[in-house]
Each structure stands twice: as structure tokens, then as C-alpha cells.
Design a protein around this ligand. Sequence first.
Ligand SMILES: Nc1ncnc2c1ncn2[C@@H]1O[C@H](COP(=O)(O)OP(=O)(O)OP(=O)(O)O)[C@@H](O)[C@H]1O
Ligand SMILES: [Mg+2]
Length: 248
Amino acid sequence: MIRFQGLEKRFADVRVLTGISLEVSQGEIYGLIGPNGAGKTTTFRIAAGLLRPTAGTVQVAGVDVAAAPEQAKARLGFSTGSAGLYGRLTAREQLEYFGELHRMSAARLRQRIDEVAEALDLGRLLDRRCERLSTGEKQRVAIARAMLHDPPVLILDEPTSGLDVLAGRFLRDYVLRARDQGKAILFSSHYLAEAELLCDRVGFLHKGSLVREGRPLDLKTELEAATLEETFLKLIAGASSSPGPASP
Ligand SMILES: Nc1ncnc2c1ncn2[C@@H]1O[C@H](COP(=O)(O)OP(=O)(O)OP(=O)(O)O)[C@@H](O)[C@H]1O
Ligand SMILES: [Mg+2]
């Protein structure tokens, strides 16, 4: 459903991604795990067509992002925190604006706003200005916006950061339902307990390289770790003691 092949990214002469290849299938949740600065958001921005890779390709539901950006965007929902919400618009206006960008018909747009509002429990938030919403409320609006055109592939960059226990659980349940509807979901999180609960597979990104990927249970067994967090710490320790591909 979404496939990255040999993705590299340099900013000036700094190599930020060093050949990422990964694939997320329909009905699968894949967690990209990595410390601050590992390259998660950069990977996602390339998939969303917001950044050009230095080398490599991304295909979204069979469409190459560089060759056919508009078709690729139509198949992808991308949310990165609450960034990019227009504060002065209400949540509903926000959704209407994005629906128009996606060239949805008025009837389809009304129907989808009802659906995403229901799924993300937006109800009474719909007619409030985004700048007055709380972090968790904004996060839900941002995800509603990403889902509005009902894309088969979803990329969620730290969707639960800053959320309280209940809101975090609500979002996780939402992601699980989306998976059960057949979406391919790629997300990042700094909460490894959450990734362990949610992900069918995880990939550990360290200094721009995918150092290991697999099912959480298999990785824990292989690294003789009790939790995914311990697995991650062991992998990072191992990766740091040998020269990584990102090193000069
Ligand atoms: N536009 C840019 N110009 C130069 N360097 C950049 C740019 N965008 C990102 N970087 C660098 O690329 C590296 C990876 O950044 P990225 O935002 O992808 O990390 P991340 O894994 O999402 O981290 P976090 O967990 O903190 O969100 C960082 O060292 C960052 O400083
Ligand atoms: Mg990031």
C-alpha cells in the first residue's frame, strides 16, 4: 500500500536519511520508532510530497509520489500534530476548505464531514475556531482533516503526543478501527508501550537508517528484552557502538 525504496535525503551536505526501504500493507499498522532527529518526520514529508528525496522512491497505493504527486496525495492522509490548522477557521471551515482542495463534491463533503466528526467525536467542536481548541482537540481535527477524502493510506506523525490518557486511548481505538477497515497506517510515536500495543510491525530508525524491523513480540524475543522500550535501548546501544551509515 505504501512502499519506500532506497530513500535518501540530504540537507546541504548533511545526510539525514541513508537508504530507507520499508513497506506497509493494507490492514497493517507500522510504527516508525526513533529518537529525536532520527528522520521520521523527514521520511513522512517525502511521502506526502512536501520534500523531494535526494534518491529513492515512494509509492502510495501503487502511485509514484514524484511522478504523479496529485494522484499520490489523493491516496494519502497525512497529519503531523496540529501543525497546519488555520487558527481563525472553525474546524468545519477547515474541513470544508480541505475538501475543496481535494475537489470533493458538496454532497460528498457534507457526508464525509459527518462521518469523520462521528468517528473522531468532533461533535460540538465543529463550529469552534481552531485556535481556541485544546491540544487534544486540535489533534483530532488534524486527523479528521487527514481522513476527510477517505484515503487508503494514513501517515500519522506522533498522533498521541500531548494527549491525556483518555484522549490517547480514543485515538488508538480509532487507529485500530481504521486498520480493520483495511487502511495501511504508518505512524510515529515516542511512547513505546503504545507502539507495542498498537503496531503489527515496528521499524527502528536511528541516524537515518532503519536498523531493525519486525513484529514487536519477535523483536523482544530476539533481543531478549522484556519490553519494546528495552529492545529499542539495546538496539540503539548496539548501533551507536559501531559506526552507523550516517557517520562521515
Ligand atoms: N529543512 C531542513 N533543513 C536542514 N535539516 C533538516 C531539515 N529538516 C530536518 N532536518 C534535520 O534532519 C534530521 C531529522 O529530522 P526529523 O524531523 O526527520 O526527525 P524526527 O525523527 O522526526 O525527530 P523528532 O522525534 O524530534 O520529531 C534532524 O537532524 C533535523 O535537524
Ligand atoms: Mg518528527
